[in-house]
Design a protein around this ligand. Structure first.
Ligand SMILES: O=C(CO)[C@H](O)[C@H](O)COP(=O)(O)O
Length: 235
């Protein structure tokens, strides 16, 4: 299917390192996350995510990135902690991560002081995308290259795409990675969920407010279904 005008705007925005807003669907989380391409993330982009979105910062990575470096889901890590009763219990329900929780490990680049600031977290994002660029043609499980540059835990966490992509799971993780691939950029996107940051509502930002914010800031706003339909057409 040819790209709609909003899909075209989103692809152009990503190709120039700019922000896009993605609503998963009202029948799922019903939340809108903002995203920038990880490869070109600036400190200013992270400040935008912190101040305009406000949730946890994460890097959505394509399943091929996880495979290249052998990166696990957090549910798999917890399930390995046989000797720790609390971790055993809390891992329940997240073990089948291909179907449910996309959260992976957290990380910092080893060269950083604490890894917390916008300058330092943006470096972690750019270097992860850079390292993947250097190893994307290599065989599976290059954990040593990853470990030479990054340590875990750190100040930004990974969300790992389901290996079947949008066919199996339609989370912000798969949606943002699918959009990145359609834009021809690396399958690593820095994201953050939009929360209310004024008034008496302490929940996620309602859909109409997220749309209003996106329009005001000229950020392309996409519903998950639009990405699904477009990328399905590309397959
Ligand atoms: O809330 C979030 C992070 O704080 C994200 O929506 C979430 O982690 C991405 O996961 P999913 O693919 O399940 O939407």
């Amino acid at each position: 299917m040819p790209p709609s005008s909003i899909i075209r705007q989103a692809l152009e925005a990503l190709a120039s390192g700019k922000c896009v807003a993605i609503l998963d669907s009202e029948s799922r989380e019903g939340e809108t996350d903002l995203f920038f391409p990880a490869a070109t993330t600036t400190p200013g982009a992270l400040r935008t995510l912190r101040t305009q979105a406000g949730g946890e910062l994460y890097i959505a990575i394509g399943s091929e990135v996880a495979t290249t470096f052998g990166l696990p889901y957090m549910g798999q890590v917890l399930a390995m902690a046989h000797s720790h009763p609390v971790l055993q219990c809390s891992a329940k329900g997240t073990v089948m991560c291909q179907g449910s929780c996309s959260v992976g490990i957290s990380l910092d680049h080893r060269s950083l002081k604490t890894g917390a600031s916008d300058v330092e977290r943006s470096y972690t994002c750019r270097r992860l995308a850079g390292l993947w660029g250097e190893h994307s043609c290599a065989s599976n499980g290059n954990g040593e290259a990853f470990g030479r540059e990054f340590h875990a835990p750190g100040h930004i966490f990974l969300c790992v795409e389901n290996s079947l992509g949008l066919r199996a799971r339609q989370g912000h993780t798969e949606l943002s990675v699918a959009l990145a691939k359609a834009a021809g950029i690396s399958p690593l996107m820095v994201g953050c969920v939009m929360l209310c940051n004024e008034g008496d509502d302490f929940g996620a930002l309602p859909l109409q407010d997220a749309r209003f914010w996106a329009e005001k800031h000229q950020v392309p706003f996409l519903a998950g279904q639009e990405i699904f339909d477009f990328t399905n057409g590309l397959a």
